[in-house]
Design a protein around this ligand. Structure first.
Ligand SMILES: Nc1nc2[nH]c(I)nc2c(=O)[nH]1
Length: 270
């Protein structure tokens, strides 16, 4: 794989991917990019007019997704305001073990394609007890428990205001009741034990997941403004008495889709 070679330059790979994307979609430059996580896929239909849908495997550096519910496509969408959105339906999760370069390749490709805003969405577990399954929440900050980073070498990047206060303000202007929380990225693929959820709570986390933090760091390195949304599809282990099930997760996502897709469509068009 082009990103696995020791001396590979991930930014060169992203530039090639962006060029291929421009010629495959006929869209020279994309202004905003969105990664749609569990439960968010429907948003792609609502945010604007799809002008092209490309199988991600056709673009340099992308691989087939490992998770059902994630479609392996890249979509170019014309927004009502005339801007171009790139919808990434091909997230690579850290737990797939392909390395961080593959996890953040889509973000780097979006940046190389011109995107200045990166919207990262995911399905996640909730620690705040009043959050019902199906609740969308804004990510205000993150705690990266992967013990890894997309940054290589002495690349010291400031992560203050990583999850843009400005973009969160726009989202709250559209949906004032939106709550927010600190997202904790675990390596996965196992869900947390109740003790690990209590640890996440003790260290200041409100949301537990297996994505997003590493992608956000790469987006900031590429100079993008980041907006993060979690769909709380389940209460994290131990917060509620029932055990977790992936079926419950998918069901909560499906039920919430119309609401969150509409929300995302309005935020993106703002
Ligand atoms: N780590 C973690 N990831 C998740 N993704 C979803 I959807 N729910 C969870 C959860 O409870 N924990």
């Amino acid at each position: 794989h082009p990103l696995d070679a020791e001396g590979a330059d991930p930014f060169a790979v992203a530039r090639i991917a962006a060029e291929q994307l421009a010629s495959a979609t006929g869209v020279e430059r994309h202004d905003i990019a969105l990664t749609l996580g569990s439960g968010w896929a429907k948003a792609a239909e609502l945010i604007g007019e799809t002008v092209a849908t490309i199988p991600a495997t056709e673009i340099y550096g992308f691989s087939a997704p490992a998770l059902t519910g994630h479609v392996g496509t890249l979509r170019s969408i014309l927004l009502p305001n005339g801007k171009r959105a790139l919808v990434i339906g091909a997230r690579t999760h850290y737990y797939e073990g392909h390395g961080v370069r593959r996890v953040v390749h889509s973000v780097r490709t979006a940046a190389a394609a011109g995107a200045r805003i990166m919207v990262l969405t995911n399905g996640a577990g909730g620690i705040k007890e009043h959050w019902e399954p199906g609740t969308p929440v804004l990510i205000s900050d993150h705690i990266n428990l992967t013990a890894d980073s997309p940054l290589e070498g002495a690349t010291f990047i400031d992560l203050t205001d990583l999850y843009s206060e400005r973009l969160r303000g726009i989202a709250r202007g559209i949906r004032p009741e939106l709550d927010e929380g600190v997202y904790v990225q675990f390596r996965g693929p196992h869900y947390e034990t109740p003790a690990e959820v209590q640890m996440a709570k003790t260290i200041g986390g409100h949301i537990v997941g297996m994505s997003t933090a590493l992608e956000a760091i790469a987006a900031r390195e590429a100079g993008m403004e980041v907006l993060g949304f979690s769909l709380i599809t389940n209460l994290a282990a131990g917060i509620s008495p029932e055990p977790l099930s992936h079926a419950e997760v998918l069901e909560a996502g499906r039920a919430a889709e119309p609401v969150i897709s509409e929300l995302l469509a309005r935020v993106v068009a703002a």
